[in-house]
Ligand binder design. Structure first.
Ligand code: A2H
Length: 253
């Protein structure tokens, strides 16, 4: 980790109705699960949203009248970054756990999948980002490993009441071409390192380090309006387009 604050892109994943019980009081307000990412250029490859089943989340209202769902910690940080009406202030409208959100349907920007689902990831940290993570299995080894766990283990799906339709149809989408790894780099590296599950901590760390640097310095877009361009040159453009279209916001911590 460097000095100074880390910039994240918060992707606004729009919850579809009917809202789950705990959020039903919001009626026709827009509700977003806000996912912190360092890789906005990979959003074309989102297959689902991750939350941690046992972790606590809250809902609060932004100054634009939208409802954001994230950890209490992230909401407080956002309140100091002009997300709310009064500096540093926000009201906890609802408290819920990841488990309350699992199985909900969402729309997210750029991805080819029209409707994606909230699924459990057991390794989400409570002291980083928003506690909501968007899944891009083509480019994130953690995401590919966690999605593969759910696909391979019917008992894990059953435990969280996840139907096959929420998981099995969602395949990694080629988004970034990395010389030597191809356009599904996370899949390739998980196979090369023989990563068995989302709990393979050391190997996942190694996989992430390799891909993160390579992806940035050598990656080329394989999809979308910047297809054929280097990631380095267009990462900021994709982030800006998302923000300008009200599909993402910038957040620091
Ligand atoms: B990244 P850093 Cl395609 N717990 O987004 C665990 N992981 C979290 C998290 C949390 N609380 N909050 C965010 N993250 C993930 C995309 C992506 C990411 C790709 C490739 C690599 C990658 C799609 N998931 O991250 O510790 C989010 O996943 C590799 C590091 O702040 C976020 O970016 O450096 C990244 O980790 C932030 O991690």
């Amino acid at each position: 980790e460097g000095v100074g604050p880390q910039e994240y892109t918060l992707v606004k994943m729009k919850l579809l109705t009917p809202y789950p019980k705990k959020l039903s009081s919001f009626g026709n307000k827009s509700i977003f699960l806000v996912a912190a990412t360092l890789r906005p250029e990979t959003m074309y490859g989102q297959t689902n949203c991750w939350v941690r089943p046992d972790m606590k989340y809250i809902a609060f209202e932004t100054k634009n009248g939208e409802i954001f769902v994230c950890t209490h910690r992230a909401a407080r940080n956002m309140a100091y970054q002009e997300f709310t009406k009064a500096q540093g202030k926000f009201e906890v409208l609802v408290e819920l756990t990841g488990e309350d959100l699992i199985g909900c349907a969402l729309n997210s920007a750029l991805t080819t999948y029209k409707k994606i689902y909230v699924l459990p990831m057991l390794t989400i940290k409570d002291d980083k980002g928003t506690g909501v993570v968007t899944c891009v299995p083509s480019d994130s080894p953690d995401d590919y490993a966690a999605l593969t766990d759910l696909k391979k283990k019917p008992a894990l799906r059953e435990k969280y009441n996840i139907s096959d339709e929420m998981v099995l149809p969602f395949e990694p989408i080629p988004v970034v071409d990395i010389p030597g790894y191809g356009n599904l780099a996370a899949v390739v590296i998980c196979e090369q390192l023989k990563i068995q599950s989302q709990n393979d901590k050391d190997k996942l760390l190694e996989a992430k380090e390799i891909l993160y640097t390579k992806g940035f310095y050598e990656g080329i877009m394989a999809i979308g309006e910047f297809k054929g361009k280097k990631i380095q040159d267009i990462k900021k453009n994709i982030q800006k387009n998302l923000v300008d279209n009200n599909q993402a916001v910038i957040y620091y911590e």
